[in-house]
Design a protein around this ligand. Sequence first.
Ligand code: ADP
Length: 396
Amino acid sequence: MNILIINAGSSSLKYQLMDPETGVVSAKGLCERIGIDGRLNHKVGENKVVKDIPMPTHSEAIAATLEILQDAEHGVIKSVAEIDAVGHRVLHGGMEFFDSCIINDEVIKAIEKCIPLGPLHNPANLMGIRACQAVMPTTPQVAVFDTAFHMTMPSKAYRYAIPTEYYENDSIRRYGFHGTSHKYVAKRTAELVGKKEFKMVNCHLGNGSSMSAVKDGKCQDTTMGLTPLAGVPMGTRSGDIDAAVVQFICNKYGMSVDECLNMLNKKSGMLAISGVSSDFRDLEDGAKNGNEACALAREKFCYEVAKYVGAYAAALNGIDVLTFTAGVGENDCNVRAKVCEYLGFMGVKIDPELNSKRGKEMLISTPDSKVQVWVVPTNEELMIAQDTAELVNAAK
Ligand code: ADP
């Protein structure tokens, strides 16, 4: 089976053609500068090609993608009919979507209804969906939501303690993001530990970071909120702060709320504390060279991650498994070591030798650790491809 995975942004569109059973990616690429001029970056194995192609809208980007996938020189398929289905990443499913689903007119209306919750991403995701429907009208399309995995949270976890009218009238609550990654890691971890019923905390630590508390494969709580700004501090996002900070800064510096939120999303986090970079590798280099602000940024990050693991261990009445994933979680062994050091009180023990490896699926805890600690490299695209294939096969 061939599944085309589409992740449409406002001026870009990423794609992968994947076999959902093997996870093998036959081709992938990026259309960028949509609405400006248009450039296609296409990759088959190690062969890369870059082409300037006019892309006034997402439709031309999809058309260019389909064309290069069938190209005699750079293509991997002979006709569009070889694409069995398209899986679209959609940011916000609001309270409308608890799972991935096959796209029809009703689904499009419901994704439109969620635009106030994902004002930057959902319109772009819809452009990608509409463009695919226009150029490949008979190919099934599936929407996979970043929020859906978290919809099993109980109300005590997702409700904010603010007047009920904002929940009832405006759907303001915790949603959480990176759901496709959390779902993939939860599913994969169940295979690795060989059981379905267990309690885990997954740490998706990348440029954007979020954590989830999962019981028997179902999400019970997560760190991000109405938007991805909440939770642990991230590359450039502040994570949790007292909301009154916004009022203080806006009043003192004559900033609008939008400007202040932009600062909290793009100029905060590791970048702000270190004053150097949002990239954990730069922070590690800085700390090694004696830069105290870089060391503090990393320390603050590990501290907040460990705090949430503790909170979620309380929420779940203990945990069996702790997992690390995404750029930092998979590769930064010093972050993992520091977080686990904080969790020594819970009987978490990792083997420094095992933990020194990077980017591999592996158990890093010692046999006598009370909690199994795993590194599970995430694969959101595979999860999208599998969800898409499952839904399309079930509808046959
Ligand atoms: P995004 O949220 O953009 O998907 P990623 O999951 O790709 O982010 O993670 C990006 C982060 O991963 C960067 O901060 C980078 O420093 C970190 N990272 C990637 N590779 C390594 C590595 N080998 N060692 C330490 N950190 C790494």
